[in-house]
Design a protein around this ligand. Sequence first.
Ligand code: SF4
Ligand code: SF4
Length: 300
Amino acid sequence: MDIPPGRAAKIVKALGRYLGADVIGIGPLKQGWIYSHRGARPFFEAGEPNPPLFEGMPDSYAGRLYGDVIEIKHRSAVAMGFSQDLDIFKAGPSEASDLEIGRVYARSALAACQVASFIRSLGYPARAHHVRNYCVLAVPVAVDAGLGELARSGHLLHRVYGLNLRLSCVTTDMPLEYDAPVDIGVQEFCERCLKCARNCPAGAIPEGPKTVVRGVRKWQMDPEKCLLYWSKVGAACLVCQLVCPWTKAPSLLHRTVAGIAAKAPWTAGALVSADDLFFGRTYKRRSKPDWVGRQVGSGE
Ligand code: SF4
Ligand code: SF4
């Protein structure tokens, strides 16, 4: 079915939003953002505690997909972001954070599969990429689709949601109108801010300057230090996401302040000081909702 690219983009975005995406954009798919091989090696060296998911080859991959070369020739990507409940999140690394991250990743995966299925039903190839089946790097794909910028912490930073987004995407050859990448001043803001790096309990986020990694100049966080910390505390950590001054509920006040930060990133010093004053300079864990962690059927 031939649909003009502008109209097709509107339809796909409307479907993504209907399926729960808080933000959605479309951009070109660069070959450099596609993983080379399927699967993952054991994450940590022998003797260090591996989270269960990283202890070698999953059974379901054995003799089938593990190590296969990934080839994706699609020209475009639809990137979607899903926000998490900040009140649950504020309980820090705990069953509460695992619960919320799992809920939102599941929603993002379902939406990506449904959008891909819809595009295929129109006669175009499409593939969903989500937490259990990413074949592309979701953050740079989202940057190219105009959802935000790459931040010091390694996350996508969105103008309204800050670092509070989980990402999924759909790659396709359907002719779609692209969104332009955005400049919301994140590079200059992160130069002056450092709040995520100073609060990271694992020291995984650099406080120093950007470095060149595989041809890209950026702050390179250390995923092994980060995941080792998750393994030690037994839950997903999200301190960096929570302390970021851009990560707030999308109120009118927050939108206004974010608008100032985006237009005048040189105000970062003052805005971070104000954030420290109102929300604290260091991460303070809140108690989790009292219904989280109770045993089903225990009567508690
Ligand atoms: S999730 Fe936690 S350990 Fe990992 S980079 Fe963020 S603050 Fe550091
Ligand atoms: S906490 Fe500060 S330095 Fe870190 S990503 Fe957010 S704005 Fe950038």
